[in-house]
Design a protein around this ligand. Structure first.
Ligand code: RNT
Ligand code: ZN
Length: 416
């Protein structure tokens, strides 16, 4: 029965000139970097602090949150067992495991991530990394790298340098490039008088971080992330789009496009091909903005599909790093991971399955046919292809994975 559904669906794609098997193989080779912080509400493992700050917030109190590295890794393993396709894991500096060591973020080394490195080695998964410029006493005034206080700036500059060295160690240990995202929450709740000084200090501090050490781009790719505004940081964000994009271009590093960091009618899917005219690569934080929140679980919506279409249609697989960034504590956290990452994988596979003929309509300037075919593709029989893809990847199909999470919740998460 299953196979019959697949064969019938395949016929539709065959008739539209799409090689389904090749699409599945290509999708499986494109890695999606799963973010560790969905598992514990961005709390981290340092044993201090109560969660996210700096304009981001996780809401909800669904039971069963992972409380330590072992629980978090177990949850990640469970999620990964239910998600098809290529994967990496993205860590934040706040996921260092200090085991009672009294050191701060300006002193972390790769040793403090040894459990993560072992975990990644065992599973042959690459690690990406993020500096953590929030959830810390030195971030409480709302300014980190752009703080007027030199002591605070120096602390965070050192943190940035340490993180790049940790990323280098990840790259070496795992034989895969570590993409490091740098996001600074700096900004004002209300209207500033001086918008220049914080931006000038931010640029100077970033230069101090990136200028400190030349690291092979095979091992580390650095990216800076912009943002329009955050909760409590509504009026002025130091690291705005213009500042971060200008910085990235002039310093030869990457820029991070977060799907929730722009005006609601702006779409990052439309920014990828523009930015890639000027820089070799870009990092994505695939997320879903809802009004003022930028971090809802990603659904299979038009923008997610448009992002993946841009990557695949334009052949940008080697130029776009796909990272995810969302956090929801109001539903089962493992399910939140599985839903979001599976959606990203679905959109990726659908992009590979898109008939090239739609492009030909455009080149022939037949925009009537282009629109007709774009709409016809929306109702193509994807579901049987997706279930077959999951089967070939050894993970449950769409109607099956939730039971596995429910069982895990009963056996493991509910006992926490
Ligand atoms: C915040 C940024 C940032 C964080 C993560 C946790 O608005 O998007 O990327 O969400 O680093
Ligand atoms: Zn982000």
């Amino acid at each position: 029965m299953d196979n019959k559904a697949f064969e019938m669906a395949k016929e539709w794609y065959d008739a539209h000139g799409v090689d389904v098997n090749a699409a599945m193989d290509a999708a499986a080779k494109t890695a999606i970097s799963m973010h560790c912080w969905q598992g514990d509400d961005v709390v981290g493992l340092e044993g201090v602090g109560g969660g996210a700050s700096g304009g981001i917030a996780t809401t909800g109190n669904y039971p069963g949150r992972a409380r330590n590295g072992d629980e978090l890794r177990a949850d990640i393993d469970k999620a990964i067992s239910l998600i098809p396709g290529g994967k990496k894991l993205s860590l934040h500096a706040s996921y260092a495991e200090l085991h009672g060591k009294k050191i701060d973020r300006d002193a972390y080394t790769a040793e403090d991530f040894s459990e993560w490195i072992d975990w990644a080695k065992d599973r042959k998964v690459g690690l990406d990394f993020n500096t953590t410029f929030f959830s810390h006493p030195y971030a409480e005034d709302g300014f980190t790298l752009s703080s007027p206080d030199k002591k605070i700036r120096d602390f965070w500059i050192e943190h940035g340098k340490r993180c790049r060295e940790i990323g280098e160690a990840f790259g070496k240990a795992l034989g895969q490039t570590c993409v490091i995202n740098h996001w600074m929450p700096d900004g004002y709740k209300d209207t500033p008088e001086d918008t220049v000084a914080p931006r000038a200090r931010m640029v100077e501090s970033l230069d101090a971080i990136f200028g400190a050490k030349e690291i092979s781009k095979d091992l580390v790719q650095d990216a800076v992330e912009s943002k329009l505004f955050g909760i409590g940081v509504e009026s002025y964000t130091v690291g705005s789009h213009e500042l971060m994009m200008g910085y990235a271009i002039t310093r030869g590093i990457l820029y991070t496009l977060d799907a929730g960091h722009f005006h609601p009618t702006e779409k990052i899917s439309d920014k990828i091909s523009a930015i890639l005219q000027f820089m070799p690569k870009v990092l994505l934080h695939v997320s879903r903005g809802v009004r003022w929140d930028s971090d809802h679980v990603i659904t299979l919506d038009d923008e997610l599909q448009a992002i993946m279409n841009q990557i695949v249609i334009n052949g940008y697989q080697d130029r776009v790093y796909i990272g995810l960034d969302y956090f929801d504590a109001s539903i089962n956290r493992v399910a939140a991971w599985v839903i979001g990452v599976r959606n990203a994988q679905k959109a990726l596979l659908r992009a590979y399955l898109r008939p090239a003929s739609i492009r030909q309509d455009e080149y022939a300037m037949d925009y009537t046919a282009r629109l007709a075919h774009q709409e016809a593709y929306k109702v193509a029989p994807f579901s049987a292809i997706w279930d077959e893809y999951c089967k070939r990847q050894g993970v449950p199909g769409e109607g099956e994975w939730l039971d596995c999470v429910r069982q895990y919740e009963k056996d493991v998460m509910s006992k926490r």
